[in-house]
Design a protein around this ligand. Structure first.
Ligand SMILES: C[S@@+](CC[C@H](N)C(=O)[O-])C[C@H]1O[C@@H](n2cnc3c(N)ncnc32)[C@H](O)[C@@H]1O
Length: 272
């Protein structure tokens, strides 16, 4: 089927206003492949009926489900190893030195999807910075998607997900074998605070951040949403903090707020 123009335009607008997500004209197939299963689940006769229902009702449950269905949660453990090298070799040693009196660090995985990014950070901290166990350490993991957050919090991954980026040694050290996959060890899980947070809405109370991973989300958002998020980010980040963006997100217009700092194979950002 071909999605009528007005239905596609409606979904484009719903995504943009609710999440900042910019759905390109050539992504009609994505609307069809993501919303058809939702229509079936909700016993609506096809995507046309689903969108007719959305268009004729105030924002509610089904709109949220449609937005959830349109999100892309692609992620893996230690995604972009160079970011994690810079975290381990530069950002953490620097901030541990700078915070040695207050003994407090806050890290944020700001679009954590199914949790692999936040757990990778937690594993790296445990593995290489055991002295931080006596510090007040906060790792916040947030996402727009409640479904992704539920998965992240549950922390159960299949073999194919674990194979993406996780060594067998780390799997055996930090995961417990269950009937339905491998579950993150409670000691690692309890290092992380999960919360639902839409980056284009008010952020509520967040601690001042020392390190933020905001990776592979801005790339999906419209330029105005990106600008607003980076401006808000500036307000929650401490003066000497570090911002990590996704590998392909480096050319974003963040001049005026953050400066790029180049390391061997990656770039991190610091407040101007
Ligand atoms: C591709 S994943 C990135 C996961 C991880 N940061 C990484 O780099 O592997 C993008 C995530 O951004 C989330 N997202 C999209 N729009 C958002 C918004 N407005 N606020 C918060 N999260 C959003 C999606 O739900 C999805 O889980």
């Amino acid at each position: 089927m071909t999605l009528p123009n007005e239905d596609f335009a409606y979904i484009q607008k719903l995504l943009r206003t609710q999440t900042g997500f910019l759905l390109a004209e050539d992504k009609r197939y994505l609307v069809e492949s993501r919303l058809e299963p939702l229509a079936q689940r909700e016993c609506l006769d096809g995507i046309t009926n689903l969108i007719a229902h959305l268009r004729s009702h105030h924002f509610g449950y089904l709109h949220r489900q449609a937005l959830e269905a349109m999100m892309t949660h692609e992620t893996w453990f230690f995604r972009d190893q160079f970011s994690f090298d810079a975290l381990k070799e530069v950002a953490l040693p620097d901030l541990i030195q700078a915070r040695k009196l207050e003994r407090k660090l806050c890290l944020w995985s700001a679009a954590c999807a199914n949790g692999q990014e936040a757990y990778s950070i937690a594993m790296l901290l445990r593995e290489h910075f055991p002295m931080l166990l006596n510090w007040k350490l906060t790792i916040v993991a947030s996402d727009f998607s409640q479904a992704a957050l539920n998965r992240a919090q549950e922390g159960i991954y299949g073999d194919s997900e674990l194979r993406r980026g996780l060594s067998v040694a780390n799997r055996n050290r930090y995961f417990l074998k269950k009937d339905n996959g491998w579950q993150v060890h409670p000691n690692l899980q309890k290092m992380i605070e999960f919360r639902r947070l839409n980056l284009i809405e008010a952020w509520g109370n967040l601690p001042d951040m020392d390190i933020v991973f905001l990776r592979n989300v801005l790339i999906y958002l419209d330029p105005e949403a990106r600008r607003q998020i980076l401006e808000k980010m500036q307000r929650v980040m401490r003066r000497d903090s570090y911002l990590f963006l996704g590998h392909s997100e480096t050319p974003f217009p963040i001049q005026g707020i953050f400066d790029p700092v180049h390391f061997a194979n990656t770039v991190v950002y610091r407040l101007k």
